[in-house]
Design a protein around this ligand. Structure first.
Ligand code: 8YV
Length: 322
């Protein structure tokens, strides 16, 4: 008899077909997320789940789903999973690192460039029919090449961003991380470890790429924003909550920061209304990993892990420490 599994959202049909060779698949083939109660209900009798970052797999849920043995995320971030509760109940947890690194780094760079060079603002101006005469400082923005990039969080994606900055844009890179990289890796990336305050004070562009944990909640808040140059930009492709969106909106509207690029928000899909009122912020709906190829690859990694779990094999990409 085949085991029963749940897929919590619309993903690519070919991944579902693959899973169907190994399990009876209950597929929530929709973009509307399951509510916590629906998730618990749909998980009854399921041994594994293929999920995303929008469901919470916490102690309360696990207690109500005793048959569940594997949570396989199609995302790299796993802050929505209570790892301690999973470990306690013997639930294996996997995520999807690597396959989205370069795509997400591309997008981080795109957001930073768009914010610095005022791409959204100027496009709105043009679409509104307001483009009249050429003027010497029309949408004059912040220089990017050769300026200092500060990377908060130097994991896979942070390093991919640093490589782009160093090799393609001649940017000196400062980074702040729990522990410095080996000297050779630093040299390859043209990157130097500094404490967070130094990074914020000295960077012309700050990129937030750190995972969301209780320790990184509001890592960039009012006090940190106050350290930044008023000519600097801030880009967040990590998680909403790492940046204090209200404090950021205030800094942007008071001219204490030149611009920001945000792909993630506290309480998304809601966006802080004060951010929506700021012209100098580029806002995108959590799409940093969204290319056709990468999103397919993310689903396949989740399926690889889930199938391994069903067959009692080690998970190819377990979350660190699980
Ligand atoms: C996802 C992400 O698109 O992988 C992650 O952690 O943030 C993105 O790649 C997003 O989480 C969708 O659920």
């Amino acid at each position: 008899m085949q085991p029963h599994i749940l897929v919590t959202r619309r993903i690519f049909p070919e991944t579902i077909e693959r899973l169907r060779a190994h399990a009876v698949v209950d597929w929530h083939d929709a973009d509307t997320p399951l509510s916590p109660a629906e998730l618990v209900q749909r998980l009854q009798g399921k041994v594994a789940v293929l999920g995303s970052s929008t469901e919470r797999f916490d102690a309360e849920l696990l207690a109500q789903c005793p048959q569940l043995k594997a949570v396989c995320l199609l995302t790299v971030g796993y802050n929505n999973v209570d790892l301690a509760a999973c470990a306690e109940r013997g639930v294996a947890v996997s995520h999807a690192p690597d396959v989205l690194t370069e795509t997400t780094a591309d997008f981080g760079f795109a957001l930073m460039l768009a914010a610095a060079r005022r791409v959204s603002e100027s496009e709105h101006f043009l679409r509104a029919g307001r483009w009249g005469d050429w003027s010497i400082d029309l949408f004059a923005g912040a220089e990017v090449h050769g300026r200092v990039l500060g990377v908060l969080g130097m994991g896979r994606i942070g390093q991919a961003i640093a490589r782009r900055a160093h090799r393609g844009f001649d940017m000196p890179v400062l980074y702040s991380n729990r522990s410095p990289l080996p000297a050779q890796r630093e040299a390859e990336l043209g990157a130097r470890w500094v404490d967070r305050s130094t990074l914020l004070q000295q960077s012309d562009h700050v990129m937030v790429v750190t995972p969301y944990t209780p320790q990184t909640h509001h890592l960039v808040g009012a006090a940190e924003l106050a350290l930044m140059k008023p000519t600097a930009t801030l880009t967040n492709i990590a998680r909403g909550g790492v940046v204090d969106d209200a404090a950021l909106a205030q800094a942007l509207s008071e001219g204490r920061l030149a611009a920001a690029g945000l792909d993630v928000f506290e309480g998304e899909p809601e966006v802080h209304p004060a951010l929506l009122r700021c012209a100098n912020v580029v806002l995108t709906p959590h799409i940093a990993s969204a290319t056709q190829g990468t999103r397919r690859a993310m689903c396949e990694v989740a399926a690889d892990n889930l199938i391994a779990a069903l067959h009692g094999q080690p998970l190819p990409t377990p979350v660190p420490g699980s």
